[in-house]
Write a protein that binds this ligand. Sequence first.
Ligand SMILES: Cc1cc2nc3c(=O)[nH]c(=O)nc-3n(C[C@H](O)[C@H](O)[C@H](O)COP(=O)(O)OP(=O)(O)OC[C@H]3O[C@@H](n4cnc5c(N)ncnc54)[C@H](O)[C@@H]3O)c2cc1C
Length: 289
Amino acid sequence: MKENNTGRVGGYNCVVCIKQVPDTKKVTGDAMKADGTINRAALPAIFNPEDRNALEAALSVKERFGGTVTAIAMGLPAACEILREALMCGADKAYLVTDRKAAGSDTLATSYILSCAVKRFKPDLVFCGRQAIDGDTAQTGPQIAEKLDYAAVTYLEKIDMDGDYAVVTRDIGTGVETDKVKLPALFTVTEKAGELRPFNVRRVMKYKNAELKPVAEAEALTEGASVIGQLSCDDIGAVTERCGFAGSPTNVAKIVSVVLAGGDYKEVAPTDEGVAGLVAELVADHTIG
Ligand SMILES: Cc1cc2nc3c(=O)[nH]c(=O)nc-3n(C[C@H](O)[C@H](O)[C@H](O)COP(=O)(O)OP(=O)(O)OC[C@H]3O[C@@H](n4cnc5c(N)ncnc54)[C@H](O)[C@@H]3O)c2cc1C
């Protein structure tokens, strides 16, 4: 195996967690059920936007420094669609964690299950999106890192490699910070990391019909076979009590649709008295103070 320009032999083993989400930009009247939960069937399912950026970050590490990219999704078999897209863009392997035991998982159980799946591949680098557009918690990535005892670097914009370290630029709100992080490490990626490259035409022909097959069967096929490995909770050593409803302490008490009213305004005289009156009003109704 060749030594790359970082002095590291064999490049980097990258895993990317990608999630299929309902397209929340296409919300219509049918998007919410009577009980206040999301009617997933009424919304098109898409590749979570920032997971596309996470995949691009991983592919760019592989392109510049060598190595492999494995995409993992957890969800229903329909999520194979985004795994096929990942393969068509350049991922080497794709796996779907799908199991009835995982149904009803909150972020704690989801990150536990994903951490078990990630561990199976012994990666140097793990990439997640910063957050998913449906759950929006941004908890899953850091929770996976915590469970694997990996360093967690959030809001990644740029990554370079230096031997057993990643040199990263991350958004800190008021500017950027550059860090040098010992591997293995997990990165949550923002849109600033770059748009996902287009499909490669030859890979489209190869992977457009990639089929979901039990993991043992998938891995017995030749390297690069057009297949998605199916992982159950047992396959990844995830214990039942920490998966699905059993492993989810979160209770959603109520979901409400908040309608933000706009258009009301009040004119305040551009004088010291006008401003003092406004401040007094805001303090009185507990908006400030
Ligand atoms: C009580 C409760 C019950 C729930 N029941 C279900 C259920 O039955 N079915 C269901 O689908 N959801 C369910 N959810 C939602 C589920 O917990 C979240 O989708 C999941 O934990 C991810 O959280 P998030 O969407 O906030 O992602 P974030 O934390 O915002 O995601 C950050 C990143 O983590 C990675 N990631 C997150 N989720 C996945 C995934 N599934 N696969 C791969 N990568 C991922 C992606 O890289 C993503 O960009 C439930 C939530 C609660 C609170």
